[in-house]
Design a protein around this ligand. Structure first.
Ligand code: ATP
Length: 497
C-alpha cells in the first residue's frame, strides 16, 4: 500500500540538538524522570531515603521492558540457559562460603573536618578526572595506574600516601585532613525469627548469584542440563553503599540481571571471550552505538575471579561500569561444597569424568541499564520554522521495542464521533502492545507530551478517517507524518517494533 507523506505542519529548516553541558544534561534528565513519572525519590513526603528510589508509571514500564529484553535474550535465545527466581533471604552460611562476610568491603577514608566518608577509589578517580579536564592526561593515567597497583596489593598505607602526596581535598571542607584507610562491610543484616532470643542474624543478599550457585544441582537435574549451560536470574540486591550518589547509578536497593554459565574446567578462556562478545552484541541490540561503550579490564581481581572485565558506558558524569563479566573459576561451587558438606559436581559423559564446573558470570544492573537508556535517549532539540520563528522540544528517543508506550491514539477533536473511532482502534491495539488514549489539549501539546514520554508512534483520528478509514501517523524521531489505513495498523506498528 503506497502511503502519501502528509505535509508537515512546519518545515524543519535545521533540526539541531541544543548544546548542554554534561552536568546540566544529567540534572535535566533527573528532573525529567520525576516530572514525567519515570523515577521518584523513595518516601518523598518524608523527605526521601538516601539512595533509594521508586519507579513511576512509565519508569516501571520501561524497566520491565529492559528486564524482558535481557531475559528473552538469555533464556529464549539460548537453548542451554534456563531461569530461576530464588529468595532474597538465604541461609547465613551462604555468605560465609561466598566470601562476602570476610571480603565484601570497600576501602574508605574519612575527612576529619567534614566527617564525610569517601570510597578511596572514587576519591582518587575524581581527582584524576579533574586532572584530565585540565589536560594533564599523563598525570591522570599514572595516578590511576598507581591506584590500581596499590588496590591490587591491598596496600592501604600506600593509598593514604597517594592521597596525601597529591593533596586531594574533601569537596565539603576543602581540607586534606584525612583518617587512615579502613574497610567497611556493605551487607545489610536483619533478624529471622519472631522472638529476639531465638532470632538468628541473616543478610539481605548483596548479589543474586549465590541463589544460582546453591541451586546448581537442583536445576541441572530437574531441567536435565548438560554442560556447558547457564542459569539466569533477575532480582533485588542490597548494599549499604557508603557513597551513594549520581541518582539511580548507585543505590542501596537495586535490581541485578545475572547469568552463571557452567563450563568444563580449562575452557574458561574461550567462554570468557564468547560472553564478552555476546554481551556487547546485546548492548548494541538495545539501540546504543558501540562507540558509547568500552571494555575495562580489572587489574585487581575479586577473591573468586581469574579474569574480569567491566562494560563501561559514557555517562554524562564519565565512563562508568554497567555490567561485569567475570571468570569465577570453581570458587563458589567448591566453597559451598565445603561449607555444606554436599557434593556439587557434574558427571561429564563425554569425557567420563566427575568435576566441579568452572563458571563465567555476566552481571548487569537493571537500574544502571535504565539510567543508561534514559541518558542515551534524552535530547533537547531546537529548530527554525518556515516562518522564521524558533521551536524546541524535549524528546526521549527510546528504542521502540522497549519504549513504555508504543502507540498514542489521539482523536483530533473530542466530538463528532472521532473519540468513538479512536476507542475502537484502542480496543484492537491494546491487546498487542501498550497503547495510550488521550483527547485533552491541542494536538501539538499532545505530541510534545508523547515525545517527552518516548512514545515512538502517535496516530491522529480526524474527519478524513470517517471518509476513507485512514489515520495520520506521526513518527517521534523525525516528526514526519503520513496517512496509513486503519486496517493493518497492528501489523504496521508491530513490524516497526
Ligand atoms: P561498582 O564498582 O560500581 O560498585 P561492582 O563492581 O561492585 O560495581 P558488581 O558487584 O560486579 O558491581 O555488580 C554487577 C552490576 O550490578 C554492576 O555492574 C552494576 O550494574 C550493578 N550494581 C552494583 N552495585 C550497584 C548499586 N549500588 N546500585 C545500582 N547498581 C549496582
Amino acid at each position: 500500500m503506497p502511503f502519501a507523506v502528509a505535509r508537515l505542519p512546519f518545515v524543519l529548516l535545521s533540526l539541531r540538538a541544543m548544546v548542554v553541558n554534561d552536568q546540566n544534561k544529567f540534572q535535566a534528565i533527573i528532573s525529567h524522570a520525576k516530572e514525567y513519572g519515570f523515577v521518584f525519590q523513595s518516601s518523598e513526603i518524608y523527605d526521601g531515603l538516601s539512595a533509594v528510589y521508586d519507579y513511576g508509571p512509565w519508569g516501571s514500564e520501561l524497566k520491565k521492558n529492559i528486564r524482558e529484553a535481557w531475559w528473552n535474550a538469555m533464556t529464549r535465545m539460548h537453548d542451554n540457559i534456563v531461569g530461576i527466581d530464588a529468595a532474597i533471604f538465604m541461609h547465613p552460611t551462604t555468605w560465609k562460603a561466598s566470601g562476602h562476610v570476610d571480603n565484601f568491603s570497600d576501602p574508605m577514608i574519612d575527612n576529619k573536618d567534614s566527617k564525610k566518608r569517601y570510597r578511596v577509589d572514587h576519591l582518587i578517580e575524581g581527582f584524576a578526572d579533574a586532572l584530565n579536564k585540565e589536560g594533564k592526561t599523563t598525570e591522570a593515567e599514572k595516578l590511576i595506574a598507581d591506584m590500581d597497583a596499590l588496590l591490587a596489593a591491598n596496600d592501604y598505607g600506600g593509598l593514604k600516601q597517594l592521597i596525601d602526596d597529591n593533596k586531594m581535598k574533601c569537596s565539603v571542607s576543602g581540607t586534606c585532613n584525612w583518617t587512615d584507610v579502613r574497610q567497611f562491610n556493605l551487607m545489610f543484616s536483619t533478624q529471622l525469627g519472631s522472638v529476639a532470643e531465638d532470632a538468628s542474624e541473616i543478610y539481605l543478599r548483596p548479589e543474586t548469584a549465590q541463589g544460582i550457585f546453591v541451586n546448581f544441582l537442583n536445576v541441572q537435574k530437574t531441567a536435565r542440563m548438560k554442560i556447558p549451560f547457564g542459569i539466569a536470574q533477575v532480582g533485588k540486591a542490597f548494599r549499604n553503599e557508603i557513597v551513594a550518589r549520581q541518582f539511580i547509578f548507585r543505590m542501596r536497593e537495586f535490581e541485578q540481571m545475572e547469568m552463571q554459565f557452567f563450563i568444563r574446567p580449562g575452557t574458561q578462556q574461550e567462554w570468557y571471550a564468547y560472553w564478552k562478545a555476546e554481551r556487547m552484541k546485546w548492548h548494541e541490540s538495545m539501540g546504543i552505538p558501540a562507540e558509547s561503550y568500552r571494555f575495562h579490564d580489572h587489574v585487581k581481581l575479586a577473591h573468586y575471579a581469574d579474569a574480569a572485565v567491566d562494560i563501561e558506558y559514557s555517562f554524562p558524569f564519565g565512563w562508568k561500569e554497567v555490567e561485569g563479566i567475570h571468570s569465577r573459576t570453581d570458587f563458589d561451587l567448591k566453597s559451598h561444597q565445603q561449607y555444606s558438606g554436599k557434593k556439587l559436581q557434574y558427571f561429564d559423559t563425554e569425557i567420563n569424568q566427575n568435576y566441579v564446573p568452572y563458571v563465567i558470570e555476566t552481571s548487569i544492573g537493571l537500574d544502571r541499564m535504565f539510567l543508561l537508556t534514559m541518558c542515551h535517549a534524552y535530547q533537547e532539540e531546537k529548530w527554525t520554522k518556515e516562518d522564521g520563528t524558533e521551536d524546541s522540544r524535549v524528546v526521549l528517543k527510546i528504542p521502540a521495542k522497549i519504549a513504555p508506550i508504543k502507540l498514542a491514539i489521539l482523536p483530533l477533536l473530542k466530538k463528532e464521533g472521532l473519540p468513538d473511532i479512536a476507542k475502537e482502534i484502542m480496543a484492537t491495539c491494546r491487546t498487542e502492545f501498550y497503547c495510550f488514549y488521550e483527547e485533552k489539549d491541542t494536538i501539538g501539546k499532545r505530541y510534545r507530551r508523547m515525545d517527552a514520554l518516548g512514545t515512538p508512534f502517535c496516530i491522529t483520528i480526524d474527519h478524513q478517517t470517517k471518509e476513507d478509514q485512514t489515520v495520520t501517523i506521526r513518527y517521534r524521531d523525525t516528526m514526519t507524518q503520513e496517512r496509513i489505513p486503519v486496517e493493518g495498523l497492528v501489523q504496521f506498528i508491530k513490524s516497526k517494533l
